[in-house]
Design a protein around this ligand. Sequence first.
Ligand SMILES: C[S@@+](CC[C@H](N)C(=O)[O-])C[C@H]1O[C@@H](n2cnc3c(N)ncnc32)[C@H](O)[C@@H]1O
Length: 204
Amino acid sequence: MTKVNKTSNWVRRHSEDAFVKKSKQDKYRSRAAYKLKAIDEKYNLLKKVSSVADLGCAPGSWLQVLKEYKNINFIVGIDLLNIIPIDGVHFAKQDISSFKSYSKLFEKKKSNLDLVLSDIAPNITGISDIDQSNFSDIASNILGFCRFKLKPEGSLIMKYFLGSSFESTLKILGNNFNKTNVFKPASSKKKSNEVYLICIGFKD
Ligand SMILES: C[S@@+](CC[C@H](N)C(=O)[O-])C[C@H]1O[C@@H](n2cnc3c(N)ncnc32)[C@H](O)[C@@H]1O
């Protein structure tokens, strides 16, 4: 199959996807909104927090979901890509690993955060060893961010991809949080290795 055919097949499948259709109706910037909603239906975290960082937030549908919670009064979003601004969201176009480049976002926030979200997906090369090593590097950057800004007893929701580095990443997270769960929302495509790690009770 030529590259053009592959791309047009992807465009057709994407536009027919029920969650893509629903996100258009509900005015969410992407179908990812329903992944966060499904995670929250099961783990019920968003009602209990007031400050959240969303790492890899573009185009911003998780930020839109966070804005629906009146109890959440401090939201930070960080991404390599720009987003269309959202009222009340503090945003930095930065790599999440360069903490210093966006530490200004937290100047007015004295206490650390209740919740860290990461929906980051590094570029997939298709070479399993390289991809798994990239996923594990991202996970250590996210854990670094938690050490930088997450409250003791705070929570982390992080996307990860099943594969050779999965067990070791889960173990590291298990050493840093009281409880870790693995969850796959219905809106996460069945053939994708993507899962979400729900980590509760940061040990700091
Ligand atoms: C699947 S998208 C996130 C979708 C988002 N949750 C939403 O609801 O709109 C993943 C994002 O991670 C970002 N990303 C990947 N690596 C990153 C890094 N090192 N630092 C910051 N953002 C990164 C990408 O630019 C991309 O926008």
